[in-house]
Structure formats: C-alpha cells, structure tokens
Write a protein of this length. Structure first.
Length: 51
C-alpha cells in the first residue's frame, strides 16, 4: 500500500492528466466542428456552382 507522501503526487499527476485530457478533447471537438462546418459550406458552394 502507498504511504501518505506517495499518494499526493499521484493525485496531482492524475489531476494534470485529467486537465490535459479534457483540454485535448475540447480542442479536438472544436477542430472537428470547424472541419464539418467548412466542409458543409464548401459542399453547398460546389452544388450551387454545378446546379
């Protein structure tokens, strides 16, 4: 079992990883949203050009 002094750095490391993971997830979601919106606009433009 871990001593009290070893638990605190592990909790801090877990908090850092959780923060980094949530930041990375939000950045990925924002990027995918922009790609989807720009792709939809481009598709509408192509359809408008050839219609």
């Amino acid at each position: 079992m871990l001593s009290e002094s070893e638990k605190i750095p592990l909790l801090l490391k877990a908090k850092e990883l959780a923060f980094f993971g949530s930041f990375l997830g939000l950045a990925l979601l924002a990027t995918l949203t922009w790609v989807y919106l720009l792709g939809e606009i481009f598709l509408k433009f192509v359809i408008w050009c050839f219609s």
